[in-house]
Ligand binder design. Structure first.
Ligand code: PFF
Length: 449
């Protein structure tokens, strides 16, 4: 039985939900270690340029498609370009969401484990912490249980619907998350020796910029803003005609960047204060930081706050990914929301468990030379996401009527659209060319610089 379409209650509700999707493990876990491994401030500046010049127009494009059609990502393309094959982008988006969920929920599960471990406290010996981390992620049961818990909580929220489920959850947790990261950043700034970390974050050394840095910054900006996989299209389909989508996109982008920089400020100064190399890589959040927490007064409490924040941030991103798939099942297969969410979650239980097991029991099993976890990450981040982003901008720039674009950006003439020509220029030319170059070089088909 089909229920009438739900909507976000207000423009602010849309903003919080989209920020909830954008702010996640990408900000807390990935951004700080990317800044660390790619040389600090120069990377951040590149990242900012990409967000403003490229991601923002792509976000506009996703909002236009979603709000115009009031449809799931597959139905949206079918409505806008009937009788063509553009609906393929919709399927690609659904596949990308499943691929991301399959590894993202696993890492989200790790944050729950670490939140619990922080009650007892961490060892101050990095060797012990490293061993703990690998034996935990390689174990067959606990990581899967935590991944199920995160998935289950997210599924319950999504079953609650847009206004009473997703919007409500984001309204409750996002302010908490902001307070938490501000608290951590302030606490860390008072550590002796923290200044060096702040300098690392804000004093650019442009000699550090290489082709790899450029690619990393662009990939990160897409991932962090939840672009290229129909997530914003899906949320936008629940946005009312009056909302100013240009404003929501601009505020969301700034909020996401703000969160990332605050996370950097909460982490880098501590890394420097304890004489640790900033280029620790992905283990930063699970080995290096627990080591720092173990040496801080009230370290357990601080660690608990940090990992609770990480879990909550992951949760609001997971719900946005589930919604992409569930909306597709609900509208295209005419299922109830509850059934659609149960089917989506069941798929992720299987793919997520396999991805978790690929760290241990299934380590030897590889597809194209990669373990299952890495394969999902690679497939989503390096293939489906750029391909999705590319198709979306080409569609809006070259297929969709310009008057539809203007109509949506101005909310049917209600709002002024500054920089319309520039936006169209980026959507038509700059974004497709830039994404193509990145895509090809990420696949190793061309070499930059
Ligand atoms: N933006 C999220 C993060 O930075 O953690 C991850 C994400 C969520 C990516 C939703 C894509 C998406 F559709």
């Amino acid at each position: 039985m089909q229920q009438p379409r739900d909507h976000f209650s207000s423009q602010f509700g849309v903003f919080l939900a989209v920020v909830g999707s954008a702010v996640g493990l990408g900000n807390f876990w990935r951004f700080p270690y990317m800044v660390g491994t790619h040389g600090g401030a120069a990377y951040i500046i590149l990242y900012l340029v990409f967000v403003v010049a490229l991601c923002l127009p792509i976000m506009f494009s996703e909002f236009i498609i979603g709000r115009r059609t009031q449809s799931n990502v597959f139905g949206a393309f079918k409505k806008l370009a009937p009788g063509t094959g553009w609906w393929g982008i919709g399927l690609l988006s659904v596949a990308a969401s499943i691929a991301i969920l399959s590894f993202y929920c696993v890492v989200g599960g790790w944050t729950i484990e670490y939140m619990i471990q922080s009650v007892v406290g961490f060892s101050s010996d990095v060797g012990v912490l490293g061993h703990n981390f690998s034996s935990f992620v390689e174990s067959p049961v606990r990581p899967i249980l935590w991944h199920l818990l995160l998935l289950g909580m997210s599924a319950v929220i999504v079953v609650g619907g847009i206004r009473n489920g997703i919007e409500k959850a984001c309204k409750i947790v996002m302010p908490f998350l902001l307070l938490m990261v501000i608290f951590l950043a302030i606490r860390v700034l008072f550590l002796p020796g923290a200044g060096e970390g702040v300098i690392f974050l804000f004093k650019p050394d442009f000699s550090k910029i290489t082709a790899e840095t450029v690619l990393a910054a662009l990939g990160q900006s897409f991932f962090s803003l939840s672009l290229g996989m129909g997530c914003i299209i899906t949320y936008a389909s629940y946005v009312k005609k009056e909302a100013n989508i240009v404003k929501v996109s601009v505020y969301t982008s700034f909020a996401d960047v703000g969160f990332s920089i605050l996370c950097g400020l909460a982490i880098m100064p501590a890394v420097f204060a304890f004489g640790i190399l900033p280029s620790e890589g992905p283990s930063l959040a699970f080995i290096t930081l627990p080591n720092i927490f173990a040496q801080l007064p009230f370290g357990n409490a601080i660690a608990f706050i940090f990992f609770a924040g990480l879990t909550v941030a992951a949760l609001t991103s997971v719900i946005s990914l589930i919604e992409v798939v569930a909306a597709y099942f609900t509208e295209e297969l005419k299922l109830t929301r509850r059934t659609a969410v149960i089917i989506t979650a069941s798929i992720i239980v299987v793919t997520g468990s396999l991805s978790s097991l690929s760290m241990g029991a299934l380590k030897g099993f590889t597809i194209f030379g990669k373990g299952i976890f890495d394969m999902f990450d690679y497939l989503a981040s390096n293939i489906l996401l750029p391909l999705g982003g590319l198709s979306i901008v080409i569609f809006v720039g070259w297929v969709l009527n310009k008057s539809v674009v203007k109509d949506e950006l101005s909310s049917e003439g209600r709002h002024r659209v500054p920089f319309f020509k520039w936006t169209m220029f980026v959507i038509k030319f700059i974004a497709p060319i830039a994404i193509t170059i990145i895509f090809l070089s990420a696949l190793g088909l061309i070499k930059l610089f």
